[in-house]
Every structure is written in C-alpha cells, then in structure tokens.
Design a binder for this molecule. Sequence first.
Ligand code: FE
Length: 230
Amino acid sequence: MLFRQLLDRETSTYTYLVADPVKKEAILVDPVLEQVERDFQLLEELGLKLKFCLETHIHADHITGTGKLREMTGCLGVVPGNAHAACADRSIKDGEILELGNVRVRAIAIPGHTDSHNAYLVNGTHLLTGDGLLIRGCGRTDFQSGNAGAMYDSITQKLFTLPDETLVYPGHDYQGFTVSTIGEEKQWNTRLVGRNRDEFRELMANLNLPHPQKIMEAVPANQRCGDVAA
Ligand code: FE
C-alpha cells in the first residue's frame, strides 16, 4: 500500500492519500479546497487514478476539495451515512468496506464531534480518526450536533478496543505531531486517561474554544461537497 500524509498549514488539516501501487488507484481522505492543485499534481506524478474522495465528516474549519477533485478526475465523493450532503455520490456506514485493489478501508462510526462521523481503518493497521481521537486530545463537541458523551463512548468502546499497535493518524494536529498509536493514546491522552464519562463531559463543556473562523461558510459549502459558488 502507498500511504501519504499531507498538511494544510492554514487550518492544520491532514489529508491522506491511500493507494494500491499495482492497480494505480487512489483514495484521498479529507482533501482541502486550497490544496487541490498540490494533491492533483502528486497523483499525476505518482501515476495514480483518483477513484474516491472520502470524508470523515462535514467539516466546519475548512472547505473540502472533493467537489473540485471530482470535476478534475471523475472520482466519486463519499461521506458517512446520514451526513447531510446531497451532493455526495455515495455514503459509507459503520462496518462497510471500501475496496480498491489490495487496499481495504473499513468505516467505523464514531459520533461525538458530529453525529455523523467515521474513522477509517486502512488495511487493519492505519486508523484515520478525523476529528474523533486526536494525538493527546480529541475533536471538540460544542457545535454541529457534537456530543461529549458520544465522543467518550466512541473512543473508549470502539477505537480503544483496536490493537495497541494500530497507527493513529488524526484529521488535525496543532502541536506538530503526525502519528501516534492506540496503545500510546490509551496511556497518555490526558482528555481521557483517568476520567469517567461524566468527568469527560464536564471537561468538554468547559473548554471555551473560539468558533473556527470559516464555520459560517465551510459547513454549507461542505454540504455541497465544497461548492463555494452555489
Ligand atoms: Fe471537524
């Protein structure tokens, strides 16, 4: 499998390129509109055909590159089941598998940051966690149908039951981390370690984070797969 982590510096968003190097087919997870040219050029240089753009959730902090990439490549846009995005070509629910040559992507529904949010386990080893589990943190739960109790359950009952050596690749990092493991987060994620569900909910209710700068434009645009002009 070919696996690449790509960064949008402005929003600290990670996009992931996953491909079968033999069949030359690729998936982009959480592409960012401003980085479409970069991603497209990389696909060309690696000789890859983009088959799917896959979202972990409807984002509030950046606009997805899916719509533009779909125009450029004819790929399909895929969103989690019951995400409100009528523009998507397809949705993927908990337990469903997207297959591309020898790459198998399994959706794991992890509501919490939004009520429709998937993590994606790639070939059983690489876990793309979106804005669910972050490195030493987790996604916020204070808008967009977020729910701290659901986040706690998703992380502790679903993600933390995966093997300790599973690699954790988050949707964002604001401190310079790039990758962790389930075992490492079970031991060192201070949001969760030593807190029960109620204590976690209290912590999340008192973070007092500012709203993302782009939320007013990003959410509606992302419900249109990144079409800003509509
Ligand atoms: Fe988000």
